[in-house]
Write a protein that binds this ligand. Structure first.
Ligand code: NAP
Length: 242
């Protein structure tokens, strides 16, 4: 049976790199995204050219109806075997005292409620052998002082979600893991107001450089694969030593 995987935030960054890796491994793919139709459509055309089925579905993960529609569309490709819970945002980088309530709520809505809504859809529809990977962050254990402590707190919640869900779904043969990327070269840093953050951070990363999206995608692809058949409830750091 061909694996069918849903990737939220699949149009850019870590999600897009994961889509390319999974297509190479023969997965049919449903890519969720929020607003950048052109980027999502261009990527699905590229994936289809490799021989897999791929669809791009505009679905804001904060909205339960849009999440249901994403999973309904994915189910047309076949029984859903994988979910990469990846759609995430930060907010403007800065001290905790400057944090705006609207930004806190949006980070919680996208990075936690969105992950829960998608995991719930997946848990309803998946059967034995399926797997979920939640994209967390090294921020969960480092705390991101002076940058975005609230985001770090939400990523720590992602780790707790992973551990609890892994135990709850294990009797159904569904594995749940997380990857915790370090500082990865994607657009997320420009969106948080600091496009040069990866290069500036290089000196404090033990491996001496930021990571590339494909280096995170490799870990996600492994966690979804049968090679990880005895791995559940794990949070795999992909942070260059951070
Ligand atoms: P990115 O390049 O900014 O891409 C974000 C993706 O999420 C885009 O496809 C975007 O779609 C989508 N998205 C954003 N808000 C959404 C929403 N409400 N509903 C549906 N889709 C939404 O981000 P990234 O750096 O690849 O990050 C991916 C994940 O890795 C996030 O969970 C992030 O917290 C985590 N992470 C990233 C880093 C890093 O250094 N990059 C480090 C640790 C963890 P549109 O383009 O349509 O808006």
């Amino acid at each position: 049976m061909t694996p069918v995987t849903v990737i939220t935030g699949g149009s850019r960054g870590i999600g897009a790199a994961t889509a390319r890796r999974l297509a190479a491994a023969g997965h049919h793919l449903a890519l969720g995204y929020r607003r950048d139709h052109t980027t999502a459509d261009t990527l699905t055309a590229e994936l289809r050219a490799t021989g897999v089925r791929a669809i791009a579905v505009p679905a804001d993960t904060r909205d339960p109806d849009q999440v249901t529609a994403l999973f309904d569309a994915a189910a047309e490709l076949g029984p859903i075997t994988g979910l990469v819970n990846n759609a995430g945002i930060t907010s403007p980088i800065g001290p905790f005292t400057d944090l705006r309530l609207d930004d806190v709520r949006e980070v919680i809505d996208v990075n936690l409620i969105g992950y829960i809504l998608c995991a719930q859809q997946a848990a309803h529809r998946m059967t034995h052998g399926a797997a979920i990977v939640n994209v967390s962050s090294v921020a969960a254990t480092l705390g991101s002082p002076g940058e975005y402590v609230h985001y770090a707190a939400v990523k720590a919640a992602t780790d707790a979600l992973t551990i609890g869900l892994a135990k709850e779904l294990a009797p159904h043969g569904i594995r749940v893991n997380a990857v915790a990327p370090g500082i990865i070269r994607t657009d997320i840093h420009a969106l948080s107001g600091q496009p040069d953050r990866p290069d500036r951070a290089a000196a404090r990363i033990p491996l001496g450089r930021p990571g590339e999206p494909d280096e995170v995608a490799a870990a996600i692809t492994w966690l979804l694969s049968p090679d990880a058949s005895y791995t559940t409830g794990a949070v795999l750091r992909v942070g260059g030593g951070l």
